[in-house]
Design a protein around this ligand. Structure first.
Ligand SMILES: NC(=O)c1ccc[n+]([C@@H]2O[C@H](COP(=O)([O-])OP(=O)(O)OC[C@H]3O[C@@H](n4cnc5c(N)ncnc54)[C@H](O)[C@@H]3O)[C@@H](O)[C@H]2O)c1
Length: 374
């Protein structure tokens, strides 16, 4: 299969869909890799490194899109990228379609097969391609919130770790999954007083066990969320219902009860956010204040640490990319259940327009869902 790797064009997105080592693995299996010139620069990989492993370097994104059968990238395509997609092409990247009706329509009209990395799911419920980015975003959330608490950034002036004789900051994390557990781990390591809420008691039990009681846990429902938010210096949103828009667990009234200068980092902003006052921001302009609470809602947090993120991403995605490239789209979705779960939009044979093949995306947008295996 001919695999194209374009340069990311989303603001301050420096990751790339594949590291040079991934090119070697794919070309060894008989596939061809086309890389847009300079695509790896932001992550510290030169064209020469890719070429050495067998990639063909093409000057422009349009060259990659018009020649590749599969586009391997990081973030969901922006409108100028959607315009370059071709009927029957496979798109392999994060899509986060539930809160994005315009992009969904664009992909359906383009007639592509869209594999959303975030919904590839193994039998045990594990999300292998979301996990590494969630791990990184979670760890970043703790260090970012520590910085935003500083007066200079509009924060309340509380030091995350406190000081001898002075209480540490109270950090509340919603969601004990991968992002939440990593945020809690780093915040706890920095000395904060951390409480994690989740609806899944097994996840809370695991955190309790691993951190030997150093992290407090609570079951998440309206009352516990409301009380935890009221007392928090830092609120980190890290909930997920796979494929669906994030549930709005924190209302604007709850945010208004936080102390001035408190900080909200809503990691789940890429699924619409779990805090009602959350709206997407960028690395260039990452924060805004509502009710004197500093909000950080960057949807591509790992983009700020592209070297680590690109390596971690390829580690997770390469096995699925190899399967997809070897089997092709139709055999992949019948033979590989995790890839079938990753399929969000699908072009049926002889159809001119794609259909939505991910139920939560269809439900979020009030559109019809098509079970591709029927
Ligand atoms: N902003 C970014 O740059 C970035 C990067 C990576 C991941 N993310 C996002 O972070 C979010 C979390 O991802 P993850 O990999 O940790 O997911 P995960 O599935 O590992 O964890 C999500 C957790 O949310 C919990 N949850 C669901 N409903 C809840 C509720 N009502 N109250 C409390 N907890 C609830 C689940 O039980 C689960 O433990 C996702 O939206 C993901 O897309 C964002």
């Amino acid at each position: 299969m001919i695999i194209g790797v374009p340069k990311e064009i989303k603001a301050q997105e420096y990751r790339v869909g594949l590291v040079p080592g991934g090119v070697l693995s794919l070309t060894r299996q008989g596939h061809e890799v086309l890389l847009q010139q300079g695509a790896g620069e932001g992550a510290g990989y030169s064209d020469e490194e890719y070429a050495r492993e067998g990639a063909r370097i093409l000057p422009a994104a349009a060259d990659v899109y018009s020649n590749a059968e599969l586009i391997c990238k990081v973030k969901e395509p922006l409108s100028e990228e959607v315009a370059m997609l071709r009927k029957g092409q496979i798109l392999f990247c994060y899509l986060h379609l539930a809160p994005l009706p315009d992009l969904t329509r664009g992909l359906l009209d383009a007639g592509v097969h869209g594999i959303a990395l975030e919904t590839i799911q193994t039998d045990d419920g594990y999300l292998p391609c979301l996990m590494p980015m969630s791990e990184i975003a979670g760890r970043m959330a703790a260090q970012i919130s520590a910085r935003l608490l500083e007066r200079e950034f509009g924060g309340s002036g509380v030091l995350l770790s406190g000081a001898s004789g002075v209480d540490p900051a109270r950090v509340v994390v919603l969601g004990a999954g991968c992002a939440g557990a990593n945020a809690a781990r780093v915040a706890c390591g920095m000395g904060a007083n951390v409480t994690v809420l989740d609806v899944d008691i097994r996840k809370l039990a695991r955190l309790d066990e691993v951190h030997a009681g150093h992290i407090r846990t609570a079951v998440s429902y309206e009352y516990t969320v409301r009380e935890a938010v009221r007392r928090a210096d830092v609120l980190i949103g890290a909930v997920l219902i796979p494929g669906a828009a994030a549930p709005k667990l924190v209302s604007e009234e709850m945010i208004a009860t936080m102390r001035p200068g408190s900080v909200v980092v809503d990691i789940s902003v890429d699924q619409g956010g779990c805090v009602a006052t959350c709206k997407p921001t960028t690395h260039a302009n990452p924060t805004y204040s509502i009710h004197n609470v500093v909000h950080y809602c960057v949807a591509n947090m790992p983009g700020a640490v592209p070297r680590t993120s690109t390596q971690a991403l390829t580690n997770a995605t390469l096995p699925w990319l190899e399967t997809l490239a070897s089997l092709g789209i139709r055999k992949s979705i019948t033979d590989c259940v995790p890839l079938c779960k990753g399929l969000n939009v699908y072009l049926p044979e002889r159809a001119s327009r794609s259909v939505i093949s991910c139920k939560p995306v269809a439900e979020a947008q009030g559109l019809a869902h098509c079970n591709v295996l029927n």
